[in-house]
Each structure stands twice: as structure tokens, then as C-alpha cells.
Unconditional design. Structure first.
Length: 296
């Protein structure tokens, strides 16, 4: 069993860390929030007093932080993870952040001969608790091979997406497709309503025709058609509109940096920003159908 430094014990990191403890790993935990540190201690973790301490004398460090600025600070500060860890400690960042930050941090790790992967997840808080997350991993073959058994403790599907930053690239490309797709399904139902075509008929036809997609058949924004969808429980998340907006903005940042045209991605980001601006950011992202229908 390994000893693992874990930094960022929030909605995702907390349950992920607990799964490492359950699997028998030793965990040295750190977060800025004292209450989260107290519950990590109760769960059996040792506590660290700063990111540097969490990174010393461990086999691996895992971070689960809000955004690129937090990841850069935790890894690159004078007393941060990269300055404090020594090879062969493996670094695993599971946060969803911008591709450029992921590549900057990974290059700094390489400069100190530390293996590092970016390993953002999909599966949400429920997947984190159940240990069924999907990890999209960027890093060298060697770093991936070392990270895979640890990630398997917290997830089911572990995919090597290529060199450093490619885990983040995979996550934001996927979520940009999802955000656009959800709006397209919402527009279809909004137009059908105006044309006097029932939602049930449109679903019956499109779920077997060329309009079929995950947002329609697995997560339908129109209530009453897919029982497990958040639309049937007042759009309680699920995956919040705030998270979708964050990922669409990361996709736009990456598109600008790489010179990639993503006009529908830009449109989706603008629509989710409008939706969040109406105070709806805590709802599931599929609730955007209400705005498309002019109900809010
Ligand atoms: P969260 O805000 O609940 O947790 C983040 C934790 O990081 C907080 O406890 C915070 O105190 C801590 N933190 C911030 N700066 C720190 C620092 N300098 N040192 C130590 N700790 C610090 O967020 P979350 O929902 O757990 O999400 C974490 C990451 O996972 C994000 O990048 C998010 O986009 C991604 N993600 C979240 C979900 C989800 O459903 N919540 C799904 C997929 C991916």
C-alpha cells in the first residue's frame, strides 16, 4: 500500500480521499478549511499543515482543487508541492483546469525529475463517493503506468489521452460537445412546442432518428421522458450549470490559445453565462431548456 498526500478535500476530493483510505492507503491530507481537515482526521487520515508537508516523504500526491490559479499556487509556490517533493514521488492533479496551466505545472515537475499526470474526472460527487469516476489522463507512458493503479482505487474507467495537458484537453472537448448538444435538444423541444408537436412524439421519433444523442436519450431536459434525468426532480443536479459554464469557458480559453474556431462552443458559453446570470447556476445544466423556452 502507498502513502499519499491529498490536497483539496472538497465535494470531490473528500470522498476520493476516503476511497483511498478504504483501500488501505495511508493519506496525509491538507485543505484550507479546518472543518474538512477535522473530518479527514476522523476518517483516518494524518493531517499536513501545508501543501509542502503533504508532498514530503510520500509515494504520490493527489490534488483536487477548484481552478488553474489554485493548482499553480499549490504546485509552484516556493514552499509548494514541486519544491517539497523528491523523486520518485508521483504527482497527480485531478482538478479541472486550463490546458496551459496543466502543461506549465507538468513542465516544472519534469524540471525536478518528478513524474506527473493531469487526470481530470467525470462522474460528479456520486461517482467520487462510489469510486466509479472516469479519469482522462495526460502524461508520459511511465507516469500513466504509475498513476493507473492509484486511480483505479477511485474510478472505473482510466484512459490515457496522451502527453501532459491532454487529460484536460479531453475533458473540455467532451464537455463543450455536451453543452452544445444540450442546447440543441432544448431548442428542438422548444420549437416542437410552438409547432404543436408533443414532446413525447418528438422523443419517440428523435430517440430512434438522426437527432439521437446522450442529452436526449439519457438526460432529457424535457420532464417525463427519461425517468432518471434531473428534469424530473426540479432540475436538482446532477451537473450544475455553474460547472458547465466553467468548462465551456475553459474550452473557449483553450480555443483562443490554440487558434481553433469553436463558434457553437462560444454560443453555448454565452447562453450558460446568461442562465447563470439569472441566478440559476446551482440548477442542473439541463435546466437551460427553461430559458430557451422563455420561461425564465
Ligand atoms: P470544492 O470547492 O468543493 O473543493 C475544492 C477544495 O479545494 C476546497 O475544499 C478548498 O478549500 C480547497 N482549496 C482551495 N485552494 C486550496 C489551497 N491553496 N490549498 C488547499 N486546499 C485548497 O470543489 P469540487 O466540487 O470538489 O471540485 C474540485 C475540482 O473537481 C474542480 O476543478 C471541479 O471543476 C472538478 N469537478 C467537479 C465535479 C463536481 O461535480 N463537483 C465534477 C467533475 C469535476
Amino acid at each position: 500500500m502507498s502513502s499519499i498526500g491529498f490536497i483539496g478535500l472538497g465535494n470531490m476530493g473528500g470522498p476520493m480521499m476516503r476511497n483511498l483510505l478504504k483501500a488501505g492507503h495511508g493519506v496525509k491530507a491538507y485543505d484550507l478549511a479546518p472543518t474538512l481537515l477535522a473530518s479527514a482526521k476522523e476518517a483516518g487520515a494524518e493531517l499536513a499543515t501545508d501543501p509542502g508537508e503533504a508532498a514530503r516523504n510520500v509515494d504520490a500526491v493527489i490534488t483536487m482543487l477548484p481552478a488553474g490559479q489554485h493548482v499553480r499556487a499549490v504546485y509552484l509556490d516556493e514552499k509548494g508541492v514541486i519544491a517539497s517533493a523528491s523523486a520518485p514521488t508521483l504527482l497527480i492533479d485531478c482538478s479541472t483546469i486550463d490546458v496551459d496551466s496543466a502543461r506549465i505545472v507538468s513542465a516544472a515537475a519534469k524540471g525536478r525529475a518528478l513524474d506527473m499526470v493531469d487526470a481530470p474526472v467525470s462522474g460528479g460527487v456520486a461517482g467520487a463517493a462510489a469510486g466509479t469516476l472516469t479519469f482522462m489522463v495526460g502524461g508520459s507512458d511511465q507516469a500513466f503506468a504509475r498513476a493507473e493503479p492509484i486511480l483505479k482505487t477511485m474510478g472505473k474507467v482510466i484512459v490515457h489521452a496522451g502527453p501532459p495537458g491532454n487529460g484536460q484537453a479531453a475533458k473540455i472537448c467532451n464537455n463543450m460537445m455536451l453543452g452544445i448538444q444540450m442546447i440543441s435538444v432544448a431548442e428542438g423541444f422548444a420549437l416542437a412546442e410552438k409547432l404543436g408537436l408533443s414532446a413525447a412524439k418528438l422523443f419517440e421519433i428523435s430517440s430512434k432518428a438522426s437527432g439521437q444523442c446522450w442529452s436526449l436519450t439519457n438526460y432529457c431536459p424535457e420532464p417525463g421522458l427519461v425517468p432518471s434525468a434531473p428534469s424530473n426532480r426540479d432540475y436538482q443536479p446532477g451537473f450544475t450549470a455553474a460547472m458547465m459554464l466553467k468548462d465551456l469557458r475553459l474550452a473557449q480559453q483553450a480555443a483562443a490559445s490554440a487558434g481553433a474556431p469553436t463558434p457553437l462552443g462560444a454560443g453555448a458559453a454565452a447562453l450558460f453565462a446568461l442562465f447563470a446570470g439569472k441566478g440559476r447556476e446551482a440548477l442542473d445544466f439541463s435546466a437551460i431548456i427553461q430559458m430557451i423556452k422563455g420561461k425564465i
